[in-house]
Ligand binder design. Sequence first.
Ligand SMILES: [Zn+2]
Length: 170
Amino acid sequence: MSSPLPDLLDPWRAADSRSVFAGRLPLSSLPRLCASLLDIAGDVRFRIAFYRDEARRAVLKCEVAATLKLPCQRCLEALDHQVDTGALLAVVSGIDEERQLPEHYDPLPADEGMIRPRDLIEDELLLAIPQIPMHEPDACRIEARESDWASTRTNRDNPFAVLARFKQNE
Ligand SMILES: [Zn+2]
């Protein structure tokens, strides 16, 4: 069962109280992610832990794990993409704070002092999706040919072509 995850939360207060949220969310509750999935069944496991670092920044570690069903861009059938990833984020309230962040943090802008934890989870999953998902050559229904690699390179040069393909698959 999911731990209660608030829709909105104050990240500085959460950091002061060292709040930890952990649980599961249905993938179907993440609309931006669903647009990239061939099958929206399943859950994402997450853990978000807030704390203050040595410079008193509000920081959080966001970890996610899920199996995403993506459309293989060669045969268009489902491929299981295992995600097990995390990010270290520092809450920032403006561009100046963002510029001063040490490199090992990703900035997390807090609009009007609040963040949406569900968006964090969804963003981590979206970042973990390969630009051109494809089966391993021996697992794909369509045999890999030299021409596939040529088209792969073209798509990488043009991310909109990939987006257009995702839309056709919806
Ligand atoms: Zn395939």
